[in-house]
Design a protein around this ligand. Sequence first.
Ligand code: PRT
Length: 286
Amino acid sequence: MKNRLTIAIQKNGRLSDQSRDLIKKSGINFTAKGDKLLAKSNNLPIDILFVRSDDIPSLVSNGDADIAIVGENILIEKSLFKKTNINKVLELGFSKCRLSFAAPQNFSMKSVKNKKIATSYPNTVKKYLLDNKITANVVNIHGSVELTPYIGMADCICDLVSSGATLEANNLKELEVILESQAVLIQNKKLNKTKTLIAEKVISRMNGVINAIESKYVMLNADVKNISAICKLLPGSESPTIIPLENNQKVAIHALCQEPIFWETMEKLKSNGASSILVMPVEKIL
Ligand code: PRT
């Protein structure tokens, strides 16, 4: 479709709920019915494709999808050792994980040489081995990677880790992280003019949603003499608004803080003379 932007997201899995949520919060209305693989937005010229994560880089590179949400681990794996037409445009801050070597307890990174490494990320592992001048045998497997040392199929593994619970449950220890990953927004490099305009709008809105997640709007009252000390304590705020109050020794300070506000920050504000401290969530930032 020449004049409708196609966004590909994971159909079922770890990325699917947050990808749908991000699209909806960006003001793109759609209804995804049952097992349908395509949804048409009813308020913007946008179609949403529900596909497997693994297929997303090639769909975007070939122009079958224009933009997409995918784990950076998949993007890197599918882009190594070949040319693609993909730009990474935004880090989305969710589905964070790491690709790590792991092995049974008595194994160390020094033992990897000439051993069998099971992984679903053969290109990324081969690139790491090349860069570090290590010779080893990479065994490609799509699931249950953690089982392979136990059944003798491999000596160690290189797989995604988030909490570390799966490694622990399989008596494996993490040896070295070779890649940090999170969900990213990617775009085909050769969009036409109409699609570029729609993509720019979507990217700007998604950026606004992502920036708002950590941001808080803070309102408090303070004595005039404490303004400078209090403003220094407001994390990630550019230029707070200072509003005089009826009692002219006092002001209201309002600030958009683009970093988390912890209880400790509020306690420090209070001990520096702030009162009536309100911390409110921010939904969107443009
Ligand atoms: O859609 P498709 O079927 O192609 O993809 P898939 O089956 O690989 O999807 P899915 O839903 O498993 O993962 C989608 C994406 O989520 C991945 O590409 C990563 O970017 C991201 N992600 C984040 C993870 C994890 N965290 C994760 N922990 N993907 C997989 N895991 C697995 C890991 O492989 C291991 O088996 O979870 C286990 C480890 O988890 P912990 O918490 O025990 O360490």
